[in-house]
Write a protein that binds this ligand. Structure first.
Ligand code: C2R
Length: 165
């Protein structure tokens, strides 16, 4: 069995609607991954254990999504040298601007690569992880290039409706 390469964690099961878009991309590219709830606020000891074990387990990157006071990606980054890709989940009251600011404003020395708010950000975090892995994997690089080519073809095929005014 392939060892797990990418960890996907999120602060709550309520983040799954967003974070499943990252997992869907990893599945599409056949990347061995895991997905689970890990909260810095609600289960800090578990979060520490997850982050401390990540490098030894061979994880190549961790995609961490959280909403509101989104400390999870930054706290994981504080405890592991494994690259952390942060996904701001849209929050109920501030639409995810709070999540974005919480994740992106890391102090110098502890980076979190921060993506857009919501599903597109989650998908892009996974595509970025695929691109990292593809540096060392020519077959995966070819799959990524095919994905891009399909996307280009779809964009070129776009047409616009007639003017409606
Ligand atoms: N931001 C964090 C963390 C954390 O950063 O450790 N743990 C949970 N949460 C966030 O709280 C929001 C509401 O969670 P609930 O829906 O469970 O109340 C979620 O978006 C979650 O990511």
């Amino acid at each position: 069995m392939n060892s797990i390469q990418i960890g996907v964690v999120m602060g709550s099961s309520s983040d799954w609607d967003t974070m499943q878009h990252a997992v869907a991309i990893l599945q599409q590219f056949g990347i061995a991954h895991e997905a689970q709830v890990v909260s810095a606020h609600r289960m800090p000891d578990d979060m520490f254990r997850y982050a401390e074990a990540a490098a030894g387990r061979g994880l190549k990157a961790i995609i961490a999504g959280a909403g509101g006071a989104a400390h999870l990606p930054g706290m994981i980054a504080a405890k592991t040298p494994v690259p952390v890709l942060g996904v701001p989940v849209a929050s109920r009251h501030l639409q995810g601007v709070d999540s974005l600011h919480s994740i992106v404003q890391m102090p110098k020395g502890v980076p979190v690569a921060t993506f857009a708010i919501g599903a597109a950000g989650a998908a892009n975090a996974a595509l970025f992880a695929v691109a990292l892995l593809a540096n060392e994997d020519p077959a995966l690089r070819a799959k990524l290039e095919a994905f891009r080519a399909e996307q280009t073809a779809a964009a070129r095929a776009m047409t616009l409706p007639p003017v409606a005014v």
